[in-house]
Design a protein around this ligand. Structure first.
Ligand code: AMP
Ligand code: GLY
Length: 423
């Protein structure tokens, strides 16, 4: 088979590595890819936003299967464009990717179908939102309705802070048109867990659990980022929690989307908060998580292309997902200053230390080849993953391997996976 992956971050590197191991695949492309992906796929310089260019390439190169990584093209309808051209593609159509593209949509869906989540109200004007805040309890959570690179959520501790937040999102348009509508949500406390699930429009097969670390600094301080590190499995995601979520969250979400005429085919990413009143949905994404994928896929035993095909063909009942009985930890090496201002273009040293090591992985996120050198080219630069017999061993190995890499403004959190000590 000839396969194309759309995207160029750490998530796509983890997907590309896994796809390249499939017995079915004899040619793998990635658009646009990055310096690390180039090690297992041929990178082609087409932007993820150029749907026509991507589809033209797939036709010309006789691509048998395209896998879409990022949220923007999914929410923008890249899958619909591929299908109109008669191309086989893995990912939700535009009318299903809205589950990530509009928080107001996903909150209304959960309410209508009794899927556990935080109480909320949706607003179209800042005046109404501010009026509502006068009688709210604090802290409270403000969410820009649309896509905002994982940064459109503000947790506000006081009325004054919340009013400022409403103004930033709805009046100053800090997140652009994502802030045309606003969801104001009840604040929840508990452990967070991410579960990624394969979906075939009718059935849903959850993968092993993971936990992300969204804040930039140790002890969950600093700004929200795309994710600074992950571990898998989560010791807090017990068998009971899994059973509850399968029955009350995952399957009901599939059924709800079908009932709405929005059959969901692709990866449903469910962000959960394990509250004292039970698991509740924080958010849905319509794609693999980044960096969740960097700890989940290295533990997966199945040939992933079989699973992608079963989803597209509506035959997920033919698949039994299997994961190694081990654990994985991923520590993101970022450019100092991320998620705000940072410099890039520095030479990365030490990558060869990972060659031939079976349970250590270096996933490239923001990197670029320049002559013989690989340079930093983004906020999140590399994801260093290690597997081990348990989370403690995996964490020790992942942090050990972060020391093999050097670049000028290397920054990481030092407490990825610390929560497991409390489990
Ligand atoms: P989201 O993009 O919706 O997952 O939000 C980003 C992060 O904000 C989540 O991972 C949580 O840490 C936090 N968050 C979102 N919604 C809530 C909520 N209702 N209560 C508490 N924290 C929240
Ligand atoms: N790591 C969170 C996300 O991919 O949205």
């Amino acid at each position: 088979m000839r396969v194309l992956i759309i995207g160029g971050g750490g998530r796509e590197h983890a997907i590309a590595r896994k796809v390249s191991q499939s017995k079915k695949v004899d040619k793998l492309y990635c658009a646009p890819g990055n310096a690390g992906i180039a090690g297992c796929a041929e990178c082609v310089d087409i932007a993820v936003s150029d749907f026509t260019g991507l589809a033209d390439f797939a036709v010309k190169e006789r691509i048998d299967l395209t896998v879409v990584g990022p949220d923007d093209p999914l929410v923008g309808g890249v899958v619909d464009v591929f299908e109109q051209r008669g191309l086989r593609v893995f990912g939700p159509r535009k009318n299903a990717a809205i589950i990530e593209g509009s928080k107001a949509f996903s909150k209304d869906l959960m309410k209508k179908y009794n899927i556990p989540s935080a109480a909320y109200e949706t607003f179209e004007s800042s005046k109404d939102a501010i009026e509502y805040l006068k009688s709210s309890k604090y802290p409270i959570v403000l969410k820009a309705d649309g896509l905002a690179l994982g940064k459109g959520v503000l947790i506000c501790n006081s009325y004054e802070e919340a009013v400022n937040g409403v103004k930033q999102i709805m009046e100053d348009k800090q997140f652009g048109s994502a802030g045309d509508r606003l969801v104001i949500e009840e604040f929840m406390t508990g452990r967070e867990v991410s579960v990624l699930a394969f979906c075939d429009g009718t059935r849903v097969l959850p993968m092993t659990s993971a936990q992300d670390h969204k804040r930039a600094k140790d002890n969950d301080q600093g700004l929200n980022t795309g994710g600074m590190g992950t571990f898998s499995p989560s010791p807090f995601y017990t068998k009971e929690v899994d059973e509850f979520c399968r029955k009350m969250v995952y399957q009901p979400t599939m059924d709800a989307m079908k009932a709405e005429g929005r059959d969901f085919i692709g990866i449903l990413f469910v962000g959960l908060m394990l509250t004292k009143d039970g698991p509740k949905v924080l958010e849905y994404n319509a794609r693999f998580g980044d960096p969740e994928t960097q700890v989940v896929l290295p533990r997966m035993k199945n040939d992933i292309v079989d699973v992608f095909e079963a989803c597209i063909d509506g035959k997920l009942n033919s698949i039994k997902l299997e994961f190694e009985d081990n654990a994985a930890v991923c520590v993101v090496l970022a450019s100092e200053g991320y998620p705000e201002h940072y410099e890039k273009g520095f030479a990365i040293k030490g990558l060869e230390a990972f060659d031939g090591k079976e349970d250590y992985f270096v996933f490239h996120a923001g990197t670029k080849q320049s002559g013989n050198e690989i340079l930093t080219n983004g906020g999140r630069v590399l994801g260093i993953t290690a597997t081990g017999k348990d989370l403690k061993e995996a964490r020790k190995k992942a942090y050990e391997a972060t020391g093999w890499i050097d670049f000028a403004n290397k920054y990481m959190r030092n407490d990825i996976g610390k929560a497991i000590d409390e489990a």
